[in-house]
Design a protein around this ligand. Sequence first.
Ligand code: ASP
Length: 588
Amino acid sequence: MYKTHGCGDLRAEHVGQRVELAGWVNRRRDHGGLTFVDLRDRSGVVQTVSNPELSQEAHAIAEQVRSEWVLHIVGEVRVRPEGMANPNLPTGEVEVEIQELEVLNQAKTPPFKINEESEVDEMVRLKYRYLDLRRERMQRNLELRYNVIKFIRDELGQRGFWEIETPILFKATPEGARDYLVPSRLYPGEAYALPQSPQQLKQLLMVAGVERYFQIARCFRDEDQRGDRQPEFTQLDIEMSFVEREDVMELLEGVYSSLIEKLFPGRPVSVVPWPRLTYQESMDRFGSDRPDLRFGMELVNITDLAEGSGFKIFEGAVEAGGEVRGINCVGCGHFSRREIDELTEMIKPFGAKGLAYLALQESGEPRSSFAKFLPSDRLDAVIKRLDANPGDLLLFVAGERDIVLESLSRLRAHLGERLELYDPDALSFCWVIDFPLVQWDAEGQRWDPSHHLFTAPMPEDLSLLDSDPGKARGLQYDLVLNGEETAGGSIRIHDRGLQEKIFELIGLDLDTARERFGHMLTAFEYGTPPHGGVASGLDRLCMILAKEPNIREVIAFPKNQAARDVMAGAPSEIEPKQLEELHLRIVE
Ligand code: ASP
């Protein structure tokens, strides 16, 4: 070993010890005939100092070293001189007096500063990811992720789960996205598909009698790269036999609660059992199936008060079968016209035609885009319904239900953050349940599963599958953390007949279904236990726990937002020889 201690581990208790350190030069300073080299490794930074009177030879080298050179230092730990301690550094009380110094490697000047947190273009960070990861913040993220995954592994092991790997080269196991294909060399015209999740395999493991399975599973989805997505990402994948919906929810809730208690003590976290909202309730109160419960500002329906109110825009929306809803931005009655216009622009992309406002003043008439049209008793009723007081700002959207809900939910999220309505440390979990089993896809003119093909309908809604499929609810659950979906799962269909019925409902003819999922249907005939499971996006979970703005920050080697690996240069052109071996031809 090149080292006896981590740089960041040295404390006053080590004073007088001879230590060996190895790491990177964080910074070098020459001062009063001495050379100070801050040496950094994974554990942190410690100040080392070379004095020519102690070792001429070491000092000559110390004077030459530059940032990011790799050094091996032998020296003695001592207390820093009076007044020189650095309270901001964990090792700040001590320093290492250099006795021997060896340069293990030199370094070019890095394309960005590694020893300090500064804004660096993400393309450059990703291109030199190995340098980016050397930075303190990224090291902490890697460590956090490791700790989270390790905790989950141990915890699930204790709860009787087996970790089982499932194949990456498999047949399409769809979750609603496009598959990545791996063309077969041995079988011309054939391909493996990379799993969008281990869904089918984990269900087959239940048929296999495993009863409790988990995997830290890589999933591959060839989706358009909108938002914060990665072509490959990691799920905590779980499946259990002989369970009901509540059992699966309680399990994940238990695992995550103890994880946070153990690894993130002190962060305010929802108390178990976490709130359970039905899909309807969540949409109604928050306009979203990913409600952020860290703060209030719920959506309030005033459709009945808007009807015949005298304000054409409200009336028109109601007549067209739409809705009018509003939110109360407490204490924002001072917002300027320009600020309100900006909010209006923000929701236009979601289809909203405008934003009606009512700014209640501490004294005098309110400022409003519509108050003058409403009889005063109506206006009072609106104010009362939104529980508004002088100084509050009420914002309303009128139109089609979906547009109203989405616009207000976006506004709510924006204002919640901007007005700092929540503790940035808070971890607010909730479950959303009772989703519709299928949703009508107007473009494809068919029913689409709102979760996936294998989700069981609620037993009491079975008959609706024939009469009114859109009303049937699924035994599905989503876990939401701070307004982000962090897990989803369901109780599965374990009966071949019902599974075939669902295939039919979503317009998958039986021959195609048998060809694609024959192995599942066959398996279901050999004694399938009732089962259910859940999968949780670990990248997103770690992102929130690390308080990072996107999942790339908690993935060692992510793709950029255009699905490219800019460090290695992937995807890359296929060699003609490979094309030939794979029996492929490129269509220009
Ligand atoms: N396989 C599902 C998904 O990836 C989760 C589940 O149903 O367990 O979303």
